[in-house]
Design a binder for this molecule. Structure first.
Ligand code: ADP
Ligand code: MG
Length: 338
């Protein structure tokens, strides 16, 4: 059973009749009415040692920041702003106080940076591994929430930033090619290493995009473009065509790709933890979108088109024309090998 099958089964059994519930399982956050005009956005993400991070290369301060960022990213994905956080911390009995203090500093600094308050949580002894679970509560205007299910046929598909950097950074560490703590890494690998150790949630970009009313569907990229776009398409009951040459980040991935002898497109399509925004909009609004990103010094790239049908197809230019490949759900799945 895959992670997706398991979530679908949980979703099938869940009840959707709760008072004030606007959106239950299935999007980046649950959406609950706050008052007549505003909604709460609720999300939870877990980081587990040896699955999401490794203490031998992840400085505890940056780990604390990352735990906050990956959750804030889901609030941003719905167009919201983070307000409150709750932290559940599981630590093995032999943790060092210095490590725990650095972790707490990272969590607190990141909360402050994103403008949210840590208001509670739980602390337990874990048999072996460190676990970090954050619940984030955000808010936004009810008519500004951006969902996964609103993509329209003919929309342009956009991504912010670069793709695959975090997966490449993780592979650099896993391969043993990168050791030590910052700033000892080779500088050409720094963008990929930073993306893995210290991702940034795109709150300001997402908020500005949500204000324009030109974005149809949005989510964040946590499991790789191939999988996350498949979710967006499934929920919008549409298909998608992605153009390989439009995927952003090829140049930045080159040093890691030659060091590890890996294909850049694998990281860009199936690498997890990008925490960039994936969104769709009418092609007539392209200039507005590019202007918003430019004002924030961020890159946004049109990578494909929403089409009738289902699934995600990758188009690659060849000497004879185009070659097509189905790539639906080829990203990270926790139970893919089950
Ligand atoms: P994301 O990558 O945006 O965090 P996930 O793929 O983890 O989203 O989850 C997809 C949806 O399924 C979300 O709405 C999430 O809240 C829900 N979900 C995931 N795991 C569970 C679970 N164990 N119980 C209830 N809902 C879950
Ligand atoms: Mg998400």
């Amino acid at each position: 059973m895959t992670e997706r099958d398991l979530i679908e089964q949980i979703q099938d059994l869940a009840c959707y009749e709760g008072e004030g519930l606007v959106q239950g399982i299935g999007d980046d956050c649950a959406v609950v009415e706050k008052d007549q005009r505003n909604v709460w956005l609720l999300t939870m993400d877990t980081l587990i040692e040896s699955v999401h991070f490794d203490c031998s290369w992840h400085p505890p301060y940056l780990l604390g920041c990352k735990a906050v960022s990956v959750n804030v990213s889901d609030i941003a994905a719905m167009g919201g702003r983070p307000v409150f956080a709750l932290l559940s911390l599981g630590l093995p009995a032999d943790f060092t106080p210095e490590w725990a203090v650095e972790l707490s500093r990272g969590i607190n600094d990141a909360c402050r940076q994103y403008g949210c308050l840590l208001i509670g949580g739980d602390t337990v002894c874990s048999p072996e591994k460190v676990t970090l679970t954050l619940t984030l509560i955000g808010e936004t205007k009810k008519d500004r929430v951006l969902y996964r299910h609103a993509a329209c046929i003919g929309d342009t598909i956009w991504v912010s930033g670069s793709l695959g950097y975090a997966a490449a950074g993780l592979d650099c560490f896993r391969s043993g090619n990168v050791v030590g703590m910052p700033p000892e890494y080779p500088s050409e690998l720094a963008p990929c290493i930073k993306a893995h150790l210290d991702p940034e949630a795109r709150v300001d970009l997402a908020r500005s995009l949500a204000q324009t009313s030109c974005i149809h569907a949005m989510m964040d990229l946590s499991d790789g473009l191939a999988t996350d776009l498949s979710h967006l398409c499934q929920q919008s009951r549409v298909g998608a065509i992605i153009k390989a040459e439009k995927l952003p980040g090829r140049r930045g991935l080159a040093p890691a790709a030659s060091l590890l002898n890996k294909k850049r497109s694998d990281w860009m399509l199936a690498g997890g933890e990008d925490y960039e925004l994936l969104f769709t909009a009418d092609p007539k609004d392209s200039q507005t979108i590019m202007d918003i990103a430019a004002r924030q010094g961020l890159r946004v790239s049109p990578v494909g088109t929403v089409i009738a049908g289902q699934g995600v197809t990758l188009q690659r230019k060849t000497t004879e024309g185009y070659e097509e490949q189905h790539i639906s759900f080829q990203g990270f799945d926790h139970f893919a090998r089950n």
